[in-house]
Design a protein around this ligand. Structure first.
Ligand code: SOE
Length: 390
């Protein structure tokens, strides 16, 4: 960790904190990395809030207009943690300025924006990553290892849910600093871009491209007060979305997401069932990966016996993904560590020249699926996604 990497963080919300924390800690747990993040500048429109956040986290300076970051020679990396509507312009300007770029998910408001952003970073040749942090939950990375080792065999089913319950009350407003996720003009979509983007990213990472979808969405509360105008305005986001999917490998998928599942706070689950085995994961119980192995070979034949069953793996051993960086076996890591692991992977990728996934091109494919899910919900038709994953 000898080379300073000057970070400009745009945004100070939930993700501003999660990312800033990662910059502070990555060097302690991944000391072999060449780059040492320096909290150089915090950028946000509200000067007072930017100043307060910068002081808390130790940013050296603040800016209130992201455009000024592009001309600063003392900025190497732009971190886009501001609302979705801002991602495209910032990313394209940052690419043109030759900055490294990390962007919060979803990459963009829609696939057309994601394409333009991908082309800009590729033309500039700058390292880039999208913070799909759940790939870096050790249990989810272990699921990927299980797939890569051929332990699932021929896949039949992929089942994902992403459920929350924080928008059930009718008096939750939309828009503004904290609730922009409910304002379609700022977020692009509702649960599809915010939550299903995570599920789709994980699904395509584990089970390959999604080729076709058919979807249904609902907006349960049709009007909410907008925090900026103080008036009741139509709600344009999808509050809930369900879709069926087909994967290129022939398997079938179901995806469900809502912010109206009373009692579910961040219930992000998946299960993959194949001929040889299955995996199951639940983010509300994130230390575990459930694995079912379809029995042992006996006389050349696969059989089940009285001890065959699901195995609950406590993913905290040194041989588990990322866990040799943290504590001792049995001691768990949590949500914040997924961002630190992601940042470490990004830096290692930039240093080795082998781009870390998901980069913008990869996240553009997820955005295509999101767009086609929303299109299908409008038309009621099965829709081809056009996903092209390397
Ligand atoms: C929405 O409530 C949200 O904060 C998402 O925006 C995050 O991506 C997700 O990880 C947790 O939930």
């Amino acid at each position: 960790m000898t080379r300073p990497l000057n970070v400009a963080m745009i945004g100070y919300g939930f993700m501003g904190k999660a990312h800033s924390n990662a910059y502070c800690k990555v060097g302690h747990f991944f000391p072999e990395l060449e780059h040492r993040p320096v909290l150089k500048v915090l950028c946000a429109r509200n000067e007072d809030k930017a100043g307060a956040f910068a002081k808390t986290w130790g940013y050296e300076s603040i800016e209130t207009d992201w455009r000024r970051l592009m001309d600063r020679d003392d900025v190497d990396l732009i971190d886009i943690g501001s609302p979705n509507i801002t991602h495209k312009d910032i990313a394209i300007a940052a690419a043109q300025a030759g900055k490294w770029i990390v962007c919060e998910k979803p990459l963009a408001m829609n696939a057309a924006e994601a394409e333009a952003m991908t082309k800009a970073v590729e033309k500039a040749g700058v390292p880039n990553m999208v913070w799909f942090n759940y790939r870096r939950v050790p249990a989810i990375s272990l699921a990927r290892q299980v797939v890569d080792e051929g332990r699932i065999g021929k896949p039949f089913h992929y089942r994902a849910t992403y459920l929350q319950d924080w928008t059930i009350a009718e008096d939750v407003p939309q828009g503004g600093q904290t609730l922009w996720r409910l304002d379609v003009g700022v977020a692009g979509s509702g649960v599809t871009g915010d939550l299903l983007a995570h599920s789709i990213d994980t699904a395509m990472w584990l089970n390959g491209p999604i080729t076709r979808v058919v979807a249904d969405t609902e907006t349960f509360i049709k009007q909410r007060v907008h925090q900026e105008t103080g008036k009741k305005q139509p709600v344009g986001i999808d509050d809930a979305c369900m879709f069926l999917a087909r994967f290129a490998n022939g398997s079938m998928g179901t995806f469900e997401s809502t912010r109206y599942a009373r009692g579910r706070k961040n219930y992000n689950t998946f299960e993959l069932n194949g001929e040889a085995g299955s995996v199951h994961f639940d983010l509300e119980d994130p230390q575990y990966l459930d694995y079912f192995e379809y029995a042992q070979l006996q006389s050349g034949k696969k059989v089940e016996d009285h001890l065959t069953g699901w195995r609950r793996i406590h993913v905290t051993n040194f041989e588990h993904p990322y866990m040799n960086r943290w504590w001792v076996p049995g001691c768990t890591i949590g949500y914040e560590h997924t961002f630190i692991n992601a940042l470490a992977d990004f830096l290692a990728g930039a240093e080795s020249g082998k781009p870390t996934q998901p980069d913008f091109r990869n996240a553009w494919q997820t955005q295509k699926v999101c767009d086609k899910v929303l299109e299908s919900a409008r038309t009621g038709q099965w829709t081809e996604t056009g996903v092209a994953l390397a």
